[in-house]
Design a protein around this ligand. Structure first.
Ligand code: ADP
Length: 476
């Protein structure tokens, strides 16, 4: 029988309190799944203006977080996630009471070192003040990367093991050496074997070097990041460490077309016909002019280079020649935003662009569309394609990272979607054309949708893998 553990799960975004991408979905769903396995797991994050809009009760704890070197004190608040998982929120108005979580789209706030060096230390201070001595501190992505470093010099955490999960190696938190003082860390740590990365301080590298256990969010990504193509300069470090690839799961209490309150009609494998109402909803909302059998394609995504938007741009003319509609919900780089905006102005009957981050709209688009496009250049896990499967919206994806692990090529009978390996427009287009040809075969397409809807990507299996790894780490 495995032991019940005390786990502190640290993340800078947690659904439903704050979200910019998949990390929030993971942080909102994995802790409740671990709690179901019997662990005493608690989550800790910054308190942003958006956290109070989540509709949850948030209470002050009257605990001050006074970190040497930082003028203003922070304080602690508490709320709950699903399954009564406690969530601690660190309030520090100077740092977190801002419009965005990290900065204007595409950039970090100039005082990011201060904001997250404070956060990392405040997390440890909060654990002490709450007298919650964790067996495991589970850190996520670069903003939490200094925690394993600070922890090593604090005897209170002598028995605590650290986990660092890589959700996206492309975001590293690298800053000039001149800012080392802000972190309060000793100059002796500024060397290649520790926190220095090509002359800069690297939060991500700190996590990769100092954490006891490293995980990534899919098995394929754990291999890919050990190569120069996708290692973002960290491949050497990663080759010297053991990486555990655990595929993210789906929170089916949020993403299930049979119960989703955000879509106009609920449907499931037994009531697929109802999906038509979701399609009608989109046609009306975006004033599309379609034939009865025109497929609706969609993308719900950050508009960044990572997501393979350039490939979409390359096949624009070919798409214009097809009998399709395309809906884009996304925000990000202005060159991509202007491209989609212009395209939808040129073809208002078939192309629609919503340049915003809007969760309810994301659910409606996913439910009413026939296909989801994810031609990513790299994809640590990707959740949207797994949501799409559940909604009977067939994914057409690059065969990489988590997309490789979660979508199986359709062969007319088995399989759940369509994949292309080489990131060139002609292969993407070929894959899309294969999908369109199947779409014309109504019964075959229905079976394809049902294959995807039958997939069980719930968190249970992944949570068990994390639980086993925690136990293993404590034995070593
Ligand atoms: P990433 O974490 O790289 O952004 P994922 O596919 O793992 O990509 O997760 C993205 C999450 O953010 C999904 O829940 C997706 O539905 C959501 N999302 C992305 N862009 C938007 C948007 N503009 N509006 C609403 N939801 C979005």
């Amino acid at each position: 029988m495995s032991r019940k553990l005390k786990i502190l799960f640290v993340s800078t975004e947690v659904h439903p309190f704050a979200k910019t991408g998949g990390l929030a979905d993971v942080s909102g769903a994995l802790p409740p799944a671990l709690k179901k396995l019997g662990h005493d797991i608690r989550v800790i994050m910054p308190k942003y203006p958006c956290t109070s809009k989540a509709g949850a009760d948030i209470r002050p704890l009257n605990v001050d977080l006074d970190i040497p070197g930082f003028d203003q004190k922070g304080t602690l608040f508490q709320s709950e996630l699903a399954d009564s998982v406690p969530v601690y929120l660190i309030e520090h108005d100077d740092y977190y009471n801002r419009e965005h979580l990290y900065g204007e789209p595409g950039s970090d706030y100039p005082d990011s070192v201060e904001r997250f060096a404070y956060f990392c230390q405040a997390v440890l201070e909060a654990a002490k003040k709450l007298d919650f001595k964790p067996d495991i501190i589970h850190c996520n992505d670069w903003h939490t990367g200094l925690i394993p470093v600070y922890l090593k010099s604090d005897p209170w955490f002598a028995q605590t093991k650290t986990f660092f999960s890589i959700h996206n190696l492309g975001y590293q938190g690298n800053f000039p050496h001149s800012q080392l003082e802000v972190t309060g860390l000793d100059e002796s740590l500024f060397r290649e074997g520790d926190i220095e990365f090509y002359g800069q301080i690297s939060f991500l590298k700190s996590g990769l070097v100092f954490a006891d256990t490293l995980t990534t969010v899919s098995p394929a990504y754990s291999q890919e990041i050990q190569t120069p193509e996708l290692g973002f300069g960290m491949e050497g470090i990663l080759q010297n460490r053991q990486l555990h690839g655990i595929l993210n799961g789906v929170d089916y209490t949020v993403w299930n077309p049979e119960t989703d309150p955000l879509i106009p009609a609920n449907y499931g494998p037994e009531s697929l016909a109802q999906k038509k109402q979701c399609r009608e909803d989109l046609i009306k909302m975006f004033s599309l002019q379609l034939n009865k059998k025109t497929p609706i394609l969609c993308m719900i995504t950050r508009l960044s280079e990572q997501k393979g938007i350039d490939l979409i741009m390359e096949i624009q003319n070919a798409l214009d020649e097809q009998d399709i509609a395309l809906l884009i919900l996304g925000t990000g780089e202005s060159r991509y935003e202007s491209f989609f905006l212009q395209w939808s102005q040129d073809r208002p009957d078939r192309i629609a662009t919503a340049l915003k981050f809007n969760e309810p709209l994301g659910h409606r688009i996913l439910a009413g569309s026939d296909m989801l496009l994810m031609p990513s250049n790299y994809e640590p896990c990707g959740l949207t394609q797994m949501y799409a499967l559940k909604y009977g919206t067939v994914p057409i994806v690059r065969d990489i990272g988590g997309l490789k692990n979660s979508v199986q090529e359709f062969n007319g009978k088995t399989g759940t979607g369509f994949k292309f390996k080489v990131p060139e427009a002609k292969y993407f287009l070929k894959s899309l054309q294969k999908a369109l040809a199947y779409f014309d075969q109504t019964e075959t397409w229905k079976n394809l949708m049902l294959n995807g809807m039958a997939k069980d990507n719930s968190w249970d299996a992944s949570a068990k893998q994390y639980s086993r790894l925690y136990q293993k780490s404590l034995r070593s």
